[in-house]
Design a protein around this ligand. Structure first.
Ligand SMILES: [Zn+2]
Ligand SMILES: [Zn+2]
Length: 128
């Protein structure tokens, strides 16, 4: 898969969790992370986000301003989202496919917050 921000290659990484294994896609160039919706849903219980996220590269710093991107799965424009509780956190979502985080954004989520957020997010999508 191609990174929606820098068009670098995204590599699949498989994480083991108590609920089974989860595959995410991580960009080798800017270290952005893509979650498919189903993948995000599996993520719960014990899971360490620091295994997959890091502080990013110089490229990823430029990406914070780049919000106008297309979904790597369907090519449709993604919706920029800001967390109302943590305004510095911004990421992009496709309601049908998943969400994209810049490198470094992910570690800003506390573990519990992140899991709550995914649940709320998936719930919100399902209501549509
Ligand atoms: Zn990238
Ligand atoms: Zn999509």
């Amino acid at each position: 898969m191609e990174c929606p921000k820098c068009h670098g290659t995204m590599q699949e990484k498989t994480l083991s969790t108590l609920s089974g294994s989860v595959t995410i896609d991580k960009c080798v160039a800017c270290h952005g992370i893509w979650f498919d919706l189903g993948e995000a849903e599996i993520l719960k219980d014990k899971w360490m986000s620091e295994h997959i996220d890091d502080s990013g590269t110089i490229l990823s710093k430029q990406h914070y301003a780049l919000r106008d991107i297309d979904c790597p799965r369907c090519g449709k424009p993604m919706t920029p989202v800001s967390d109302p509780k943590q305004k510095h956190l911004q990421y992009e979502t496709c309601a049908a496919h998943g969400m994209y985080f810049d490198a470094g954004e992910f570690t800003d989520f506390k573990y519990e917050t992140l899991m709550d957020y995914f649940r709320d997010f998936i719930f919100a999508i399902r209501r549509h």
